[in-house]
Design a protein around this ligand. Structure first.
Ligand code: ADP
Ligand code: MG
Length: 251
């Protein structure tokens, strides 16, 4: 597997608040990396740096060999390589599902409308929403909107997709359908970087776990089962103890 994302000595601060300290990470094509850690430890900021949404004060980030630099001319090209799905779906309320999905591929990527529409419908079908293509966002549940947001990212053909706590704002009964969609994507060979607080999902989907605390990668392992059974560091042990979860849920 070839290296798709590379981060070396990443340093990020807001004023004199240092948020990310010397982060080093390499993600191979097809790999699913899950980031967990306490609130405020820098997970969202990290994903935003990867996507060029935040200026960085040190280090280098490359995606497919292309350097990520916020506010540079290449950023549009780069954003097409990296998809991102957030906690809030940010669909346009006055556009239908299909209109929301085809907007960026036709306007930004200048792709053929019929072709993109066809692909969008196929993707909607895969997430169980082809019958909702002409609905408006307000006519959908939170879980359905989040699945539309995932399709909207996929249709851009990103090399890697970043997911930032995409189920955190959903009602409990809708969490499952979104996580199942992500598990399917992972199984189909997508490269994904996922921030989540859903521990049984993390255990099921991850090829590698990164435990962040206080702006640093405190523990990193490919022994995912071992990590959830008994992490090496005391900080990760303490963090995991705050979760009670059913590890059989997604396996
Ligand atoms: P997490 O996603 O792990 O909860 P965040 O990346 O959101 O953590 O935040 C990490 C730290 O960066 C926090 O101390 C937060 O207050 C700070 N921070 C995040 N965004 C900004 C911003 N735009 N301006 C100033 N400080 C910020
Ligand atoms: Mg966050």
């Amino acid at each position: 597997m070839s290296e798709l994302l590379k981060v070396t000595h990443l340093h990020k601060e807001f004023g004199n608040n240092v948020v990310l300290k010397d982060i080093n990470l390499s993600v191979k094509r097809g790999e699913v990396v899950v980031i967990i850690g306490p609130s405020g430890c820098g997970k969202s900021t990290f994903l935003r740096c990867l996507n060029g949404l935040e200026e960085i004060q040190g280090g280098i980030i490359t995606v497919d060999g292309l350097p990520v630099e916020a506010d540079k001319r290449d950023i549009t090209k780069l954003r097409q390589k990296i998809g991102m799905v957030f906690q809030s779906y940010e669909l346009f309320p006055h556009k239908t599902v299909i209109e929301n999905i085809i907007l960026a591929p036709t306007k930004v990527q200048k792709r053929n409308k019929e072709e993109v529409t066809k692909e969008a419908i196929e993707l909607l079908d895969k997430v169980g929403l082809s019958d909702k293509k002409d609905y408006y966002p307000r006519q959908l549940s939170g879980g359905q909107k989040q699945r539309v947001a995932i399709v909207r990212a996929l249709v851009m053909h990103p090399e890697i997709i970043l997911f930032d706590e995409v189920t955190a704002a959903l009602d409990p009964e809708m969490v499952h359908e979104v996580l199942e969609t992500m598990i399917k994507l992972a199984k189909s060979g997508r490269t994904m970087l996922i921030v989540t607080h859903e521990m049984s999902f993390a255990e099921a989907v991850a090829d590698r776990i990164l435990f962040f605390d206080n702006g640093e990668i405190v523990e990193e392992t490919e022994d995912v089962k071992g990590f959830f059974k008994e992490p090496v560091t005391e900080r990760a042990q303490k963090f995991l103890r705050t979760f009670e979860y059913d590890s059989a849920l997604y396996i």
